[in-house]
Design a protein around this ligand. Structure first.
Ligand SMILES: Cc1cc2nc3c(=O)[nH]c(=O)nc-3n(C[C@H](O)[C@H](O)[C@H](O)COP(=O)(O)O)c2cc1C
Length: 262
């Protein structure tokens, strides 16, 4: 929105007018910032005096959530989609991103489910550091690897040093989800390992806790949605818990930004 002053407050310039101006944006407590403008001579405004234009940013109405995950055989991918759906349901703009596969083709080809998943998700956009810069909130997902985070996701996380130095992830809510083959095969330790990173980023950890019946129905994991893949693909109860986790993340991100929550 453009406001022109001091002579014509609240009047927008004609669209044909293309003033040259210098844009400097000092830190500002409001969302308005001054622009210095040249002279305006076009109709219908006949003025030849310097004007001050104040550009006001559109009020922020929603939050942006980055769902970044790795998956070999699809379980974590399905959780990631459900987390994204939940965040969208809460009004968030969502980027669903997979991290790059690092394993050689020989390893992937040795497991038909792995090969099938790699091929099926080739169209999913690959995560970039810009996604973390863009987002107001993060959901990270990884399968368990010997009770820990998969190297593929860890590799991506380990490229965030520059962002960390600039505090990009600081003060933003973050959550995590996972899948191990066994119920007690390392789900919690994988989630807690991801939360180690969030502590270093200075993020605000938003675990589900026992804040919704969906958490109990999915097995009662307060650290984050976790799917024991020995049970097959994630069922509706686990997916509902993942959706709830995404909704909760987006809702808390909104609260942290001072936005209205339904
Ligand atoms: C190298 C490797 C290590 C694994 N370590 C564990 C483990 O410690 N505990 C477990 O229950 N499952 C383990 N798994 C199984 C995966 O975590 C499990 O299949 C997971 O659901 C895969 O998720 P995805 O379908 O998204 O790839 C391991 C798998 C691989 C390939």
């Amino acid at each position: 929105m453009l406001l022109i002053g001091p002579f014509l407050p609240f009047v927008a310039p004609p669209s044909s007018m293309s003033p040259s101006f210098e844009h400097t944006r000092p830190p500002c407590e409001t969302d308005c910032y001054p622009l210095t403008l040249g002279t305006v001579k076009r109709k219908p405004i006949r003025l030849s005096v310097p004007l001050i234009v104040v550009a006001c940013e559109e009020p922020v109405m929603s939050v942006k959530v980055a769902v970044v995950y790795y998956s070999s055989t699809g379980a974590v991918h399905q959780l990631a989609q459900a987390v994204a759906e939940g965040a969208e349901k809460a009004g968030a703009e969502v980027r669903l991103r997979r991290v790059p596969e690092l394993a050689p083709d020989a390893a992937i080809d040795a497991n038909p489910a792995w090969r099938a998943h790699v091929d099926a998700t080739a169209g999913v956009e690959v995560a970039a550091l810009d996604d973390l810069e863009w987002a107001d909130a993060y959901a990270l997902g990884s399968p368990t690897r010997f009770g820990n985070v998969a190297a593929q996701l860890k590799q991506f996380v380990d490229t965030t040093g520059g962002l960390w130095q600039r505090g990009v992830m600081a003060d933003k809510p973050a959550t995590a989800f996972t899948s191990a083959h066994n119920l007690h095969g390392g789900n919690e330790s994988t989630l807690l390992a991801l939360y180690n990173t969030f502590h270093h980023w200075g993020s605000v950890i938003v675990s589900p806790g026992f804040t919704d019946p969906a958490v109990y129905a999915a097995g009662g994991n307060p650290y984050g949605t976790a799917h024991p893949a020995a049970n097959g693909a994630p069922g509706e109860e686990v997916l509902a818990a993942a959706r709830y986790q995404g909704t909760r993340l987006a809702t808390i991100a909104k609260r942290l930004k001072g936005l209205a929550v339904d």
